[in-house]
Structures are given as structure tokens and as C-alpha cells.
Design a protein around this ligand. Sequence first.
Ligand SMILES: *[C@@H]1O[C@H](CO)[C@@H](O)[C@H](O)[C@H]1NC(C)=O
Ligand SMILES: *[C@@H]1O[C@H](CO)[C@@H](O)[C@H](O)[C@H]1NC(C)=O
Ligand SMILES: *[C@@H]1O[C@H](CO)[C@@H](O)[C@H](O)[C@H]1NC(C)=O
Ligand SMILES: *[C@@H]1O[C@H](CO)[C@@H](O)[C@H](O)[C@H]1NC(C)=O
Ligand SMILES: *[C@@H]1O[C@H](CO)[C@@H](O)[C@H](O)[C@H]1NC(C)=O
Ligand SMILES: *[C@@H]1O[C@H](CO)[C@@H](O)[C@H](O)[C@H]1NC(C)=O
Ligand SMILES: *[C@@H]1O[C@H](CO)[C@@H](O)[C@H](O)[C@H]1NC(C)=O
Ligand SMILES: *[C@@H]1O[C@H](CO)[C@@H](O)[C@H](O)[C@H]1NC(C)=O
Length: 556
Amino acid sequence: MQLITTAAVLSALLVHSSTAADDTDFITAAPHAGSATSDLYPPPSTSVDSALFPPEEEVGFPGPTPTGVEPAAIQTAAVYPYNRGPTNQFPLVAPQPHGQSETSDKFDITKYWGNLSPWYSLSSVDYGLPDTSPLAPPGCSVTQVHLLYRHGARYPTSGAAPAQFAEKIANATKKGLQVKDDLAFLADWTYKLGGELLSPFGRSQEFLLGIQHRQLYGHLLNNFTEAGTIPVFRTESQDRMVKTTENFAAGFFGVPEYLDQVSIEILVEAPGVNNSGAPYYVCDNAGIASRGDIGSSVASKFAQNAFNATLARLNSQVSGIEFTPNDVVAMLQLCSYETNALGYSAFCGLFSQEDFLNYEYYYDLAFYYNNGPGSPVSAAQGKGYLQEFVARFTGEYPEAWSALNQTFDNSSTYFPLNQSIYADATHEVVVLDTLTAFNLTALFKGPPLNPKENRKENSFSSSKTVPFATHFTAQVLECSTYQPTKQIRFILNDAVIPVADSYPGCPADPHGLCAFDNVVSVLKDRIDEIDFDHDCFGDYSAEAGVDYNGRAPKKS
Ligand SMILES: *[C@@H]1O[C@H](CO)[C@@H](O)[C@H](O)[C@H]1NC(C)=O
Ligand SMILES: *[C@@H]1O[C@H](CO)[C@@H](O)[C@H](O)[C@H]1NC(C)=O
Ligand SMILES: *[C@@H]1O[C@H](CO)[C@@H](O)[C@H](O)[C@H]1NC(C)=O
Ligand SMILES: *[C@@H]1O[C@H](CO)[C@@H](O)[C@H](O)[C@H]1NC(C)=O
Ligand SMILES: *[C@@H]1O[C@H](CO)[C@@H](O)[C@H](O)[C@H]1NC(C)=O
Ligand SMILES: *[C@@H]1O[C@H](CO)[C@@H](O)[C@H](O)[C@H]1NC(C)=O
Ligand SMILES: *[C@@H]1O[C@H](CO)[C@@H](O)[C@H](O)[C@H]1NC(C)=O
Ligand SMILES: *[C@@H]1O[C@H](CO)[C@@H](O)[C@H](O)[C@H]1NC(C)=O
């Protein structure tokens, strides 16, 4: 009571001074909108219709869900996860690289794990916009937000290298494996990871993302309140995807409110089902080595030579086993996965700073050539989302809805076009496919990545672009200081991405803004030039070292 009185008196005083004083430093307070309690979200008598939006158990197709061993960092971690490290991602423990000092060096190894990195904020300045941030630019207000985000940290996917490595160690142990020095911990190491599922840390990433977005964009819920309706947030059927969206929604709406304040739409991801969030299931060329899967072989070739010094050191500390370059990659992945799932990994300390830089480049190659501009199928795979974004921008279902599930997507129940807030969850490969389809070439500035060595001539970084919980945002704005006043811009993990060099008709702008109608027209041209059938089913051959802008070469 005391506080309320004081605040009321204080604000009365402020309003009084600002209107009474001649001093022009004071700004007259505007009538305050949205403070009446009737404006608060959720609108009365709304609820989720679970017949229209069935839960995970009913939708099915959860994918494999092998559970792991419970984490026990209180016993296994060498360092306690205090929330004050200069380079740690609380509550993960990440040591300095091999050969560097824990006390004086500050190299955050978690920023070099490619798609296994936890996301962190990027700077607009790195993409050529030194004077902006995601905050609404002066004179502008955000009227609509479109979010596409990846699931949080997870266990390895089925068939990944760490489980095979664990089996190799188990086999060698039976035959008298001996270890020493850096590798002494292997004597009683066991494999504790499950598969596919979101880790506890992964849950926190999405929960925090939800909280952050409520803080940033909560005012856009007023549009739903006025319309007397609640939003649809979309995700996919794999267990980690459903849990990702539930954690995001829990952060955004609160627990247990999220259960009744947002309709969560679970799209089936399975072979043959058309789904913008899992396009590889309807794109035959995606898995073909000379077409959509160039990146996997380029990356694995790079790894054969990249870790020689460390491989020699590690092999000198064991007998009864011979490590290969693939084992080194598996151990680096164990560093990432164990840290993300268990909070700590003894594998991390085995690797030098140079190893982590090469590990990141290994992922850079894989993603640039599988899902970036170096891939002939990436734009086709991102076309579904590109079409969906444009549909939401324009409020119109497209005529040629070719790559999508019409029964499910062409309806105002499942694919509404009048929301002020959109949030879709997907996989990292799809986020990157989508960025490529959007022709956001500022993310890939420079010559195609060199397959043999990191020449650092390209702006692309997998750790920055496809980490866990990576998120791509389109802000639609009303700007009184611009002509036309309706503007739009794109943001990736807090960095504003300029479009002046890749969107014809968009002038250079310090805030990365461009006229909304112009951007829509550029994106429609892009949709038209992406030939899904040719890129995904055509007979052609592609190779590493080329920037295809994500599209297949015409017949070989
Ligand atoms: C481990 O040993 C089993 C049985 O000999 C064998 O089938 C399997 O391929 C071995 N695994 C690895 C990764 O070497
Ligand atoms: C969107 O349109 C539908 C159908 O006309 C309507 O029921 C709903 O309230 C609208 N939602 C918003 C947020 O305006
Ligand atoms: C469309 O989605 C529904 C619901 O997930 C699914 O049952 C159906 O098989 C899909 N159709 C196509 C053509 O992908
Ligand atoms: C790494 O070792 C391989 C195999 O011994 C050798 O062919 C290659 O040249 C070495 N690469 C580097 C960069 O030292
Ligand atoms: C699914 O996508 C494929 C590839 O674009 C397309 O040939 C097919 O028409 C689509 N099917 C439906 C029902 O949308
Ligand atoms: C999608 O639905 C709209 C509105 O009902 C309709 O006009 C349009 O023809 C449909 N498009 C397709 C491709 O089915
Ligand atoms: C949301 O409401 C605000 C305030 O009325 C309005 O300016 C904005 O255009 C609305 N957004 C959408 C997507 O309708
Ligand atoms: C995509 O960006 C490139 C420049 O990076 C530009 O030349 C091209 O015209 C753009 N494509 C479209 C469809 O706007």
C-alpha cells in the first residue's frame, strides 16, 4: 500500500511538472493505453481445444526416445558450476583448452561446437550494422513478430559417433586397455547419454527464450485480447520438438497458464509427409552424396588431417587401442554432448584451442555444403518456410502451395494468417535452409568455404548460425520516420542482418530496415526462382567449392 501511494504521488508530480514547466527537457506524458485490467491477456472464456490440437500421445511419431543415465555432476565434475564464470554457460562447466591456464586464459570452448554450441548473442556490427540492435529503432514500433527457433540441447541423434566410440572403448577394456596421463579418466568412464531427447539444460534454453520473448513482445498479446482469441504456436512430433515448444510456452505464458493460453500444433514429421519443418522427408536428393549431402563428406575428409598432433598425443597415452581421426571427432562430440547433458565432460580438457577451431570448421563445412549456399537442395528445403512466412506477411494463402501439406496448412485453424505473434519450432538444418531460401547472403559473405583449410574469408559460422536454440526473427514495424511507414527487418540470434546487398530495391539502412512491400516482392521472386522439383528430384551432380546460392545447377 505504502509503495503504491508513493508511486502514484510520484507520477502525479512528474505529470504535473512536465505539463506546467516551460523547460522543454520535459516530455508531456501521453495518455496511457493498455493499463485497464480488461486488456490483460488471456481474453475471457478462451481455452485450448484439445480435439483440434491433440497432445503428443495422440499425434504419435515421437521418434526414438532412449533415455540416458541420470547426471551426477556433484560427483563427476572437476569444477563446481558457479554462476559467475567469465566463459561458462551456467549451469554448464567448460574448462580452458588443453595447454591453457584455467586462471588467466579466457577461451569459451562452448562457442566452437557448431550445431552443438548453446546459442549466444551475435553482434549486428559483425554483419556491417554497427549502430543498431534488436530494439525498435527511433520512431518505429513493432507491430508483428515472426519467430523460427530450434530445439534446445539434446542427446546425440541415432547412430551418431559417440555411442560407437563408447562401444570401441568397452570392447578394448575387455581385452586389457591401458590408459595414462590425460586419458587416465577413461579407466572408469562409462557412456551415460541417451538419444534424441532434450537435456535439462536444453529445457532451460527454451524456457528462457520464452521468458525473453514475453518481456520483449508481450504487448503484442493485446491484439489477441482484442480479438478474443489465443495464438497457435507450431512444432513437430519428435519428443524433443514437442518439449521444446512446451518449455518455450511455459516461459512465455507461465506454468500452468501455458496449458490453456496457447494452442500448440504438432505437425507429424515422418518420411513422405510434407512438412515445412522436416522437408528432407520429401526431398529425395537431400541424402545423395553428389547432391544434397556434399557437406558430410567434405567435413569428414577435412577431419582426417585436422587433428594430427592431438591424435598422436592421445595414442601415446593408451595401449590396447589405436585411435583414428574419427575417434577424435567422437571425443570432441562427447565433450559437447556430455557437457550439454551432464553439465561436465572430462573429454573437453583433452583438446587444444586449435582443435576446437578445427572442430568448428568441420561443422562449418558440413552445414555450408549441406544446408547453406554450397548445397543444391537447401533453398528448395527452405522454400516451405519461405512460403509460409510470405503467407503470414501478406495474409494470403499462396496459389502454388506445392511443398506443403494442404489439408493441414491451408486453414485458418491450423495456419492462421492474422496473428501478431508467430512462433514455430524446427531443426537447425531447416533454420539454415530457410536463411538460404530467404537469400540472406550477408550471413555467407565471401568465397565458398575451402574444403582443405579454414581461410577465414567467409562470414559463415555454424556455431553462430545453427547452435542449440538458434532463432531467426522477422520484425514488422510501423515507422513514422520512414517512407513508406511499414518496414521489416531480419534478426538472427540478436544480430540484425542487412538486406541491402541481396534484396533488390532495399537501400542501405543503419537499422537493417527495408520497405515491407519491397521485401515481400523480392521474396516472391525468390519463391518463383526456387525449383523444388528439379532441385529435390532432378538428375544433376554438384560439388564442393561452389556457392550455388542453395539451388541446383541446371542439368549436368
Ligand atoms: C565390439 O565388439 C563386438 C563383438 O566382437 C563387435 O561386433 C563390434 O563391431 C565391436 N564394436 C566396435 C565399435 O568396434
Ligand atoms: C483471426 O481471424 C479469425 C477468423 O476470422 C478470428 O476468429 C480470430 O479472432 C482472428 N485472430 C486475431 C488474432 O485477430
Ligand atoms: C498432412 O498432415 C496430416 C496430419 O499430420 C497427415 O495425416 C497427412 O498424411 C499429411 N498429408 C500429406 C500429403 O503429407
Ligand atoms: C596428418 O597426418 C596424415 C596421415 O599421417 C598425413 O597424410 C597428413 O599430411 C597430415 N596432415 C597435416 C596437416 O599435418
Ligand atoms: C508434397 O511435396 C511434393 C514436393 O513438392 C509435391 O510434389 C507434392 O505435390 C506435395 N503434396 C501435397 C499434398 O502437398
Ligand atoms: C487455400 O484456401 C483458400 C481459402 O479457402 C482457397 O482460396 C485456395 O484455393 C486454397 N489453396 C489451395 C492451394 O488449396
Ligand atoms: C497489433 O495491434 C497494434 C495496436 O493496435 C497494431 O498497431 C498492430 O498493427 C497489430 N498487429 C497486427 C499484426 O495486427
Ligand atoms: C540474392 O542475392 C544476390 C546477392 O547476394 C542477388 O544478386 C540476387 O539478385 C538475390 N536474389 C533475389 C531473388 O533477389
